[in-house]
Design a protein around this ligand. Structure first.
Ligand code: NAD
Length: 287
C-alpha cells in the first residue's frame, strides 16, 4: 500500500516516520519545504503540492492544524481531491470540525474517493512510540482496509461509527483531557505555594485516584518550568472551540469546558499560543 502523508509537524513527522520504518512506501508534502527532509532521509518521496502527491499513492493521510488547512489541502488550488483517482482513500488524522468532516466526506464521495476521520490522542510521545489512541469514523469496510496503517501508528484503534464520529469522540477526549490539565495546573501551583517537594508530590498524587495522563506527562514539565511544545496552546484552544461548538449545537451546559475554553483563549491573547499546553500555568506564574 503506497501512502501519501501531508502535514509533517510535531505529530505528522513521527507518525510518517513510523509508517516508513514499518515498510510502507511513502510520499510526503508539507507547505514548509524543510519539514520533508527527515522523511526524505528515510526514503520518502517529496511532492511540491497535494496535487503532485496524488499519483504517488493510493491512501492519503492529512495531519494538519485545523479545518481551513484540511479544506485547502483537499479542495484548494493544487488540492488533492481534483487529482485523485476513483477508489483512493483520504484519512484525516487532524482534529477538526465534525460537521466539516461530514461535508468533506460527502464531497470526496462525489468523486468516488473514500474518507475516514481518524483523530488521535497520546501527544508527541505517543506519535513517536506508535502508541496513539486512534478514533476512526467512516465506512467500516474502509476502516478495516486501513487497519494495518493504524496499527503502526497506534496501540489503541477504535472504530466509532460513520464519518464525523471519530472527530466527535476526539472532542469528548479533549473535554476530559482539558479538565485534567486544569486540575494538574492548580495542583502544581498549590504544591509550589505550600512549599512541597514537587517531585515527591508528583509521585504520591500520581499513584492515587487523582493520577492522570496530564498529571504524569505534563506535571513534571510544569515543575521544571519546561514549556516547549508537545501540543501547542493555540491548537488546544482550537479543540476547545470545536468542543464548545458541539456542546452548543446539542444544547448541553458544560461549565468546566467553558472555563477551560476561556482560559486557553486568554493564554492565546496573552501571547502564549506557541507554548506547550502545560504553559497554561503561565497565566498565574510569570517567573
Ligand atoms: P503542527 O503545527 O506541529 O503541524 C502541522 C503541520 O502542517 C506543519 O508542519 C505545517 O507546516 C503543516 N501545514 C499547515 N498548513 C498546511 C497546508 N496548507 N499544506 C501543507 N502543510 C500544511 O501541529 P501538530 O501538533 O502536529 O498537530 C496536528 C494536528 O494533530 C492538529 O489538528 C492537532 O490538534 C492534532 N493533535 C496534536 C497533538 C499534539 O500533541 N501535538 C495530539 C493530538 C492531536
Amino acid at each position: 500500500m503506497r501512502v501519501g502523508f501531508i502535514g509533517l509537524g510535531i505529530m505528522g513527522a513521527p507518525m510518517a516516520s513510523n509508517l516508513i520504518k514499518a515498510g510502507f512506501e511513502l510520499a510526503v508534502h508539507d507547505c514548509v519545504r524543510e519539514r520533508t527532509a527527515s522523511l526524505e532521509a528515510l526514503g520518502a518521496r517529496p511532492a511540491d503540492s497535494p496535487a503532485a502527491l496524488a499519483p504517488l499513492a493510493e491512501v492519503f493521510i492529512t495531519m494538519l492544524p485545523d479545518t481551513p488547512q484540511v479544506e485547502a489541502v483537499l479542495f484548494g488550488e493544487a488540492g488533492l481531491a481534483g487529482a485523485l483517482s476513483a477508489g483512493s482513500i483520504v484519512i484525516d488524522m487532524s482534529t477538526i470540525s465534525p460537521r466539516a468532516t461530514m461535508e468533506f466526506a460527502r464531497r470526496l464521495g462525489e468523486r468516488q474517493v473514500e474518507m475516514l476521520d481518524a483523530p488521535v490522542s497520546g501527544g508527541e510521545p505517543g506519535a513517536r512510540q506508535g502508541r496513539l489512541s486512534i478514533m476512526v469514523g467512516g465506512r467500516r469496510e474502509i476502516y478495516e482496509r486501513c487497519l494495518p496503517l493504524f496499527q503502526v501508528m497506534g496501540s489503541k484503534v477504535v472504530y466509532t461509527g460513520p464519518n464525523g464520529h471519530g472527530q466527535k469522540t476526539k472532542l469528548v477526549n479533549q473535554v476530559v483531557g482539558s479538565l485534567n490539565l486544569l486540575a494538574a495546573v492548580e495542583g502544581i501551583r498549590l504544591a509550589r505555594a505550600a512549599g512541597l517537594d514537587l517531585a515527591l508530590t508528583l509521585e504520591a498524587v500520581g499513584g492515587g485516584a487523582a493520577g492522570s495522563w496530564m498529571w504524569s506527562n505534563l506535571g513534571p514539565k510544569m515543575a521544571a518550568r519546561d514549556y516547549a511544545p508537545g501540543f501547542m496552546i493555540r491548537l488546544h484552544a482550537k479543540d476547545l472551540r470545536l468542543a464548545s461548538e458541539l456542546l452548543a449545537e446539542l444544547g448541553l451546559d458544560a461549565p468546566g469546558t467553558e472555563l477551560c475554553h476561556e482560559l486557553f483563549e486568554k493564554a492565546v491573547a496573552e501571547g502564549l499560543g506557541e507554548l506547550g499546553n502545560q504553559g497554561l500555568i503561565r497565566l498565574w506564574e510569570t517567573d
